[in-house]
Design a protein around this ligand. Structure first.
Ligand code: COA
Length: 293
C-alpha cells in the first residue's frame, strides 16, 4: 500500500501564500515541505529564528520554492500583527493560515503550577486565537475572498484526556472556534477547518510526551486498530487538500486521521478483540443455550 505517496497534482497550490505557525520542525516542517513542492509560498514562524532559518534554507534547496522564516511568539498579539505585516511585505497577500504551533507536557494536573497551565493555554488557544483574529481582520478589512484557516487539534479535543489537561482544554477551545467561525466568517469567503491527528511521531513532541523508556512501555501503534502510527506525508496530503481549492465546499469540518485510535478506546465492547477466533464457537454456543433455556 502506497500511503506515503504524494496526493495532489503538481502546482496544486501555485499562487497561494501560506503561513504555518510552528513550521520549523516536526509535522509543521513536513507540511511546509509538501506545500512548497505544490508551488505555494510558505512563511514559517516560531520563537526560534535560527531553527526557522535553517529549515527555510534546507526546504528551499530541496523544493525550489520560497520559504520565509518569521520570528513570532504567537502568545503576543503585537508580534502576530508584525508577522502578518512581514508576510504581506514579502508576498503581497496571504491566503491560508495554518495554526499548528502547540505546546504540551504530561503531568498529573494537581502537580501543575498556575503558570504551567497558562503556558499551554496561551500557546495553543490564545496563540490560535491571536493568529485567527489578526488574519481574519485583515481579510475582512481588505474584502478579499477565498481564504482559509486550518487548525491542528487532536482527538482528545472532544473526549478530553487525563494527564494532558491544559492541552485538552485548549484544543477543545480551538475546535469550538473552528466550528463557530466556519459559520460566522463564511460570508467573508473564509473557510475554517481542523485536522485531529492521532499518533504521528516527531522527535520534539515524542521525547517530551514519552520521555525515557516510556516510549518502549507504551507502544502507541498497539492502540491503533490499523496497527501502525501515521506517516507525515499522510497528514501533509490531508492538510494540502483542505487548504486547496479542491476543498472549497469543506467548511467547519474536523477530520480525524488516527487509524481508528480514539474509537478503539471509546467503543464499549472493543475489548472483545482480545478473544481468540477459536473461542467464538464456544461463546456462541453458550449464548444460544442460554437463550433456549
Ligand atoms: N511539568 C510540569 N510543569 C512544567 C513542565 C512539565 N513537564 N514543563 C514546564 N513546566 C512549567 C514550568 O515549571 C513553568 O511554570 P513555573 O513558572 O510555575 O515554574 C511553566 O510550565 C512554563 O515553563 P517554561 O519552560 O518557562 O515555558 P516555555 O514557554 O519556555 O515552554 C513548553 C513551553 C513548556 C510547552 C515547552 O515544552 C515548549 O516550548 N515545547 C515545544 C513545543 C511542544 O511542546 N510541542 C509539542 C506539541 S504536542
Amino acid at each position: 500500500m502506497n500511503y506515503t505517496n504524494k496526493m495532489l497534482r503538481d502546482n496544486a497550490l501555485k499562487g497561494k501564500t501560506i503561513v504555518i505557525t510552528g513550521g520549523g520542525s516536526g509535522l509543521g516542517k513536513s507540511m511546509t515541505n509538501y506545500f512548497l513542492e505544490l508551488g505555494a509560498n510558505v512563511a514559517i514562524s516560531s520563537r526560534n529564528l535560527e531553527k526557522l532559518q535553517s529549515t527555510a534554507e534546507e526546504l528551499e534547496k530541496e523544493t525550489g520554492g520560497k520559504c520565509l522564516p518569521v520570528q513570532c511568539d504567537v502568545r503576543n498579539y503585537e508580534e502576530v500583527e508584525q508577522m502578518l505585516k512581514q508576510v504581506l511585505d514579502e508576498f503581497g497577500e496571504v491566503d491560508i493560515l495554518l495554526n499548528n504551533a502547540a505546546g504540551n507536557f504530561i503531568s498529573p494536573t494537581e502537580r501543575l503550577s498556575a503558570n504551567a497551565f497558562d503556558t499551554i493555554i496561551d500557546i495553543v488557544l490564545k496563540g490560535s486565537k491571536n493568529c485567527t483574529l489578526a488574519f481574519g481582520k485583515h481579510w475582512i478589512d481588505k474584502k478579499v475572498e477565498n481564504k482559509s484557516i486550518l487548525n491542528i487539534v487532536t482527538t482528545y479535543a472532544w473526549t478530553g484526556s487525563a494527564y494532558v489537561v491544559p492541552s485538552a482544554t485548549a484544543k477543545a477551545g480551538v475546535l469550538a472556534m473552528t466550528r463557530s467561525l466556519a459559520v460566522e466568517w463564511a460570508k467573508y469567503g473564509i473557510r475554517n477547518n481542523a485536522i485531529a491527528p492521532g499518533p504521528f511521531p516527531t522527535k520534539g513532541a515524542w521525547d517530551r510526551l514519552l520521555p525515557g523508556d516510556l516510549k518502549d512501555k507504551f507502544d502507541l501503534a498497539k492502540k491503533v486498530p490499523l496497527k501502525r502510527v501515521g506517516d507525515h506525508q499522510e497528514l501533509a496530503n490531508l492538510a494540502a487538500y483542505l487548504v486547496s481549492d479542491f476543498a472549497a465546499y469543506v467548511n467547519g469540518e474536523v477530520i480525524t486521521i488516527d487509524g481508528g485510535e480514539w474509537l478503539k478506546g471509546a467503543g464499549q465492547f472493543n475489548l472483545l478483540e482480545a478473544i481468540p477466533e477459536e473461542m467464538w464457537d464456544q461463546l456462541e454456543m453458550m449464548i444460544k443455550n442460554k437463550k433456549r433455556g
